[in-house]
Design a protein around this ligand. Structure first.
Ligand code: SF4
Ligand code: SF4
Length: 419
């Protein structure tokens, strides 16, 4: 059907001469991406399709005719899931084009820069100490009874903070140690990337990862200097800040003689993999890939309690955009398969975004919530007892949905099965 595809490299993103990044103008409007786009599925409108957005991106990047408010609105409705990239025969680097366009837009329209709560949010994730102080304040809010009283009153609704507040998980404020040594036969030193949000909002996953890595014989190092991966800044049009954060993280992990740096949130992982390829002096791994690769044959795990034995897996877009393992499956299935007495199956609509999309949950609830509710309806149909995912953004978003048991990271289940 597409003769030119014969000339495409097997690897989706590289040619012999380097990365192959088609310009927006290379979109041939074939429409193969359309049915994979969550906003097109939601609105059933061409203006909400990737190929329509690619045309807008082309106008912005190449300074063509002015962009209408309507075009801008439909562009900004994009959840940045990048599912369109995974099916595009032109190997359209949609994410990179989107980031370039955002940077141009932000530079040209400084008045559109975030203000108020959004601006505060950017500063918190950028500056670790400020985020730590915010975490302490949120922990006091949760433990002092103020949260209970506010949730009972209508104040959160009146302040338009009800939805943002519902995303708040239990906040951890104690500092992690710099080094967690293994008591097993040593197999090497690994770095653990804790990110900004995961460090305070997903401590359970980080502690489970440390426990498993130590059990497998790895010394775990958590450099204090590390910080936010920069993904949100990159995707919102602040490449300078994103580059600064990237350089900072590379400096924090390099020189520690690590066999790997490991991340637990696939959203951060995608950004880390897109840093300068010459950056890290050791490989990067998703925790599920690393554990799967180094899992010894002689570990016996326990079955979980009888009421939690059927798991459904939500595969985050950030994980789908990265390559699966050689068998074509994400390692999460092989890893969970080590727990005896459980069944694990993908959610039926895993090819569609749940709507979380970085700050989309907060900036576009009218899109994020229906997408989440569809996802949860699929979960209910599976009759699974637990929903499992590897990205904190998706987990927070899905947890805030109606009547769902907590969404967990697979390593938490694995660490529990270890006893
Ligand atoms: S699949 Fe790629 S080439 Fe086809 S319309 Fe979508 S972006 Fe354009
Ligand atoms: S990134 Fe996702 S939401 Fe945006 S155009 Fe592509 S498929 Fe649609």
């Amino acid at each position: 059907m597409f003769d030119f595809m014969d000339e495409m490299p097997d690897d989706a993103s590289y040619c012999a001469t380097g990365p192959y990044i088609p310009e927006a103008i290379d979109c041939m409007r074939c429409g193969l991406c359309v049915s994979h786009c969550p906003t097109y599925q939601l609105f059933q409108a061409e203006v909400e399709s990737p190929r329509s957005r690619v045309r807008t991106l082309d106008k912005i990047i190449n300074g063509l005719s002015p962009i209408s408010d309507s075009e801008l609105k439909h562009l900004n409705n994009c959840t940045q899931c990048r599912r369109c990239e995974t099916v595009c025969p032109s190997k359209m680097a949609y994410g990179q084009l989107f980031d370039r366009a955002q940077a141009i837009q932000q530079a040209a329209n400084p008045k559109q820069r975030p203000t108020g709560l959004a601006k505060l949010g950017y500063k918190f994730i950028e500056h670790k100490n400020a985020l730590y102080l915010a975490a302490i304040a949120l922990r006091c809010y949760q433990t002092s009874g103020i949260q209970y009283l506010l949730r009972k009153s209508r104040l959160l609704t009146l302040l338009n903070l009800e939805k943002a507040e519902a995303l708040l998980p239990k906040v951890a404020i104690h500092q992690l140690a710099k080094h967690y040594p293994t008591s097993k036969h040593p197999r090497g030193k690994v770095g653990l990337f804790t990110g900004c949000i995961s460090n305070h909002f997903d401590r359970e996953t980080l502690l489970a990862s440390i426990k498993l890595l130590n059990y497998l014989g790895f010394d775990v190092f958590i450099p204090k200097q590390q910080g936010c991966c920069g993904a949100i800044h990159q995707h919102q049009g602040y490449p300078d800040t994103a580059n600064k954060l990237a350089a900072h993280n590379i400096g924090a992990f390099n020189g520690l003689d690590l066999v790997a740096t490991i991340y637990v949130a696939s959203g951060c992982g995608l950004m880390l993999h897109e840093y300068d390829p010459q950056g890290f002096d050791h490989p990067l791994y998703d925790i599920t890939s690393f554990l799967n690769l180094h899992w010894p044959a002689d570990i016996t795990l326990k079955s979980p309690a009888a009421k939690y034995r059927k798991f459904a897996v939500h595969e985050p877009c950030s994980q789908q955009v990265q390559k699966p393992d050689k068998a074509g499956q994400h390692p999460i299935y092989a890893l969970l398969g080590k727990i005896p007495g459980i069944t694990v199956a993908p959610l039926p609509d895993n090819q569609v975004c749940c709507g979380a999309g970085g700050i989309h949950i907060l900036s576009h609830p009218a899109i994020a919530e229906p997408l989440r509710d569809k996802k949860l309806a699929h979960f209910k149909q599976t009759s699974a007892e637990l929903l499992v995912t590897t990205n904190i953004g998706c987990a927070l978003h899905l947890n805030a949905g109606p009547a769902l048991h907590k969404v967990v990271h697979p390593v938490v289940l694995l660490a529990e099965a270890l006893g």
